[in-house]
Design a protein. Structure first.
Length: 173
């Protein structure tokens, strides 16, 4: 396991996600007498610093990193996936685009990632009321573990197919 995967698990166990997932349906001061449905991380009252927690960045290098941003009613986890070469960049972009187009099926997946990251998850107090918190943590960490494997497998498949096509093409000469 890479640090990018093991560190978030340690952060969750040592207080990171568990405290971050102590989410409350805190109303926004601009939404007078209403229970705001909008996560504070994505709400106009974002400038209210007392509602935001200190963001945590866990990085293996500049291109592989995880950003965990918390507020009193939501947690956003953004992931930058390893992209060693041009093929991996293309595969990652296409795969993430495929996933984000189906964001409503994943509930916590955002349609648009945070700037500088490939994919973002937004977990609100409503998600933690409807789902098990530890399962949400496990899902995000499992995703981080599997995404590198998935892109590597796709790259191997593309290379194998390219080899077969090249061999067939060169048989004519």
């Amino acid at each position: 396991d890479s640090n990018r995967v093991t560190c978030p698990r340690k952060v969750t166990e040592e207080a990171g996600f568990q405290n971050l997932f102590a989410l409350t349906p805190e109303p926004c001061s601009f939404c007078w007498r209403t229970r705001s449905l909008a996560p504070i991380l994505e709400h106009p009252c974002l400038s209210s610093k007392e509602l935001l927690l200190q963001p945590v960045t866990i990085s293996r290098n500049e291109k592989e990193k995880v950003l965990i941003e918390g507020s009193i009613n939501s947690v956003r986890v953004s992931i930058a996936v390893k992209q060693a070469d041009e093929i991996e960049k293309i595969l990652c972009h296409k795969f993430m685009r495929f996933m984000m187009m189906r964001a409503e099926n994943f509930f916590i997946l955002r349609r648009k990632p945070v700037e500088g990251y490939d994919i973002s998850f937004l977990i609100t107090n409503f998600h933690t009321e409807q789902m098990y918190k530890h399962k949400l943590v496990d899902f995000v960490i499992h995703f981080m573990e599997e995404i590198d494997k998935e892109i590597s497998e796709m790259k191997l498949s593309v290379n194998a197919r390219a080899r077969i096509v090249a061999e067939e093409f060169l048989k004519n000469f």
